[in-house]
Structures are given as C-alpha cells and as structure tokens.
Design a protein around this ligand. Structure first.
Ligand SMILES: [Zn+2]
Length: 115
C-alpha cells in the first residue's frame, strides 16, 4: 500500500523503526502457548516432548512432571512419534506515538526422542 496522506506516511515511516521480536517474548510464547505433552504408550512408558527424557508414569492423572527438566506435561496416550502445532501470539509496543500490535505465528514440531 502506498502511503497517500500525512497519517499513512507517518505509519509507513514508523515501520522502519520496528525492533525484532525479543527472545524473551519468544521464550514466553513457547512456554505458555504451546502445549507440552508426554507421549505415553500402552506400557506406561512416557517420553517428555520437551527434553526427550523417558520415564514410567502409571498414574491416572492428566498431568505429570518430567523428572529431568521439571516441566509440567499433559499425558497423552498415543503411538505417534511426531506432533506439529501452530499457535499465534502478539506483542504490543509503542513507536513514535503509535501503539503497534504485531501478530506472530509460532510453529512447534515435537518429535519423540529429540530435544
Ligand atoms: Zn523433560
């Protein structure tokens, strides 16, 4: 879109001042928006989707905690080895008097046995 009036030109000029998304925001998004699962097979062998640690979990609870990385994991009875998930998150920052909301798409691919 070509900026036509003074307001649109100011918005287009402020686009040059956008900062890259901070690693802190990405870390927050990975921790809070992506689901963290434990792959559980029929033999109650659980594999952490975050660190790949294997452990036994025979409880009936929906959630467990990985003994190695201490992340809270949702127990999922599945034989699949891969899981792909996409989520959206947004950041808000102020540039030249404008409030800029940027929306990002985060793709998370979890593969059993790989960190
Ligand atoms: Zn883990």
């Amino acid at each position: 879109m070509k900026p036509r009036n003074r307001f649109e030109k100011a918005v287009a000029a402020s686009n040059m001042k956008l900062s890259p998304v901070s690693p802190k925001a990405v870390e927050w998004a990975v921790r809070n928006t992506v689901s963290h699962i434990a792959f559980r097979t029929s033999g109650y062998k659980c594999t952490c989707g975050d660190c790949g640690h294997k452990s036994d979990y025979k409880g009936k609870g929906k959630y467990t905690r990985c003994p190695q990385c201490r992340h809270k994991l949702e127990v999922t009875d599945t034989l699949t080895r891969k899981r792909k998930e996409s989520v959206y998150f947004s950041t808000i920052e102020r540039i030249d008097g404008f409030h800029v909301q940027r929306v990002f798409r985060l793709s998370a691919i979890t593969r059993k046995g790989i960190k």
